[in-house]
Write a protein that binds this ligand. Structure first.
Ligand SMILES: N[C@@H](CCC(=O)N[C@@H](CS)C(=O)NCC(=O)O)C(=O)O
Length: 329
């Protein structure tokens, strides 16, 4: 665990603010891929490569979008090791990790220093890499989701829209509430170094989960009748909740299993064609429990819980039409 300072790797844990609150660093590469005039990054087959961790909820979002948008033959992928230790994310071939299939690097930070030899900041996944310019296009998962949703449709013929125009205001409002209190909220609880910061994150997290439970009692998906990026963004946190965040990050007021509507919503998405393949509990559990030794010094990985993700869900009782399909293509 560490970061780059002027291109040099330093093994360092996160620095919280004076109140003991975890501060997530802003993503530093936020380029778009488009055909617009003067664009540097054009949508092209075999040009872009995605670096992910199967443990990471942010990277997981991009893998799901890649699957739903039929990008698997357009954007290639490397999967880092689940263990993030003194060198940060590394490459190996254990448990379905792939090595760096592009450049044979040992450490993910080599991609960041290839982008900028003086890079200063944390070395995070996901990373969308451009083979042609030898640069990082983007290392912000919410941007990569949108890029995958739009940029390559000419090449894939995909007419699925995860961020449909008529639902954008609803999706933005959902993201605005769910990101700080749930997606990042579990980290704010788990990485807090003061009781006050922990309890603040904890209370906000369960307030939003309680609200989501109510919301999903009448809405099949977060934005209504179609599955959108808002569902994908929540799903990757929800699926890690009971096995990891509940214990490891001390988010233990309730589990997702205690919320019938949330649990059924999660099960439906898990059972959606192609999604279960993107969920890897070996990477998820091993990563958190064995990488964060200051939180779990023994490195012992809990065996449970039984997730019951294959059980039937009851969501078909609510109105829903699957994915939003763009007209006019
Ligand atoms: N804002 C980024 C956050 C990505 C992120 O923090 N990823 C974690 C893995 S779950 C990471 O790589 N952490 C390494 C570190 O912070 O040093 C995004 O959404 O893409």
């Amino acid at each position: 665990m560490g970061l780059l300072v002027k291109g040099q790797w330093q093994d360092r844990w996160y620095e919280n603010d004076d109140r003991g609150s975890f501060q997530r660093e802003q993503s530093q590469r936020r380029h778009a891929i488009s055909r617009s005039e003067g664009a540097l990054f054009l949508p092209e087959r075999d040009r872009y490569h995605l670096y992910v961790s199967l443990a990471c909820p942010w990277a997981h979002r991009t893998l799901i979008a890649r699957r739903l948008k039929n990008l698997e033959s357009i954007v290639s992928v490397s999967v880092v090791s689940w263990l993030m230790a003194e060198n940060g994310w590394t490459f190996d071939t254990r448990d379905g990790s792939t090595e760096d299939t592009l450049e044979g690097a040992h450490f993910l930070y080599e991609r960041y220093t290839a982008d900028d030899p003086e890079y200063t900041g944390r070395v995070t996944v996901p990373v969308l890499w451009d083979r042609k310019e030898q640069r990082i296009v983007n290392n912000e998962s919410s941007d990569i989701l949108r890029i995958f949703n739009e940029a390559f449709d000419d090449l894939t013929g995909s007419d699925i829209d995860l961020y449909p125009e008529p639902l954008r205001a609803t999706i933005d409002a959902l993201n605005e509430r769910i990101y700080p209190t749930v997606n990042n909220g579990v980290y704010r609880a788990g990485f807090a170094t003061s009781q006050t910061a922990y309890e603040e994150a904890f209370d906000q997290l369960f307030e939003t989960l309680d609200w989501l439970e109510d919301h999903l009692s009448t809405n099949r998906y977060l934005a209504g009748t179609v599955l959108t990026e808002a569902d994908i963004r929540l799903f990757t946190t929800a699926i890690r909740f009971d096995p990891v965040y509940h214990g490891h990050f001390k988010c233990n007021l309730r589990q997702i299993a205690d919320y019938p509507h949330l649990a059924n919503w999660m099960r439906e998405i898990y059972q959606w064609p192609g999604i279960a393949d993107t969920v890897d509990f070996v990477h998820i559990k091993n990563h958190y429990y064995m990488s964060h030794r200051n939180i779990n010094p023994t490195g012992i990985v809990p065996k449970g819980p039984d997730t019951g993700l294959e059980q039937p869900h009851d969501r078909a009782a609510l109105p829903g039409s699957g994915l939003f399909v763009k007209t006019g293509r």
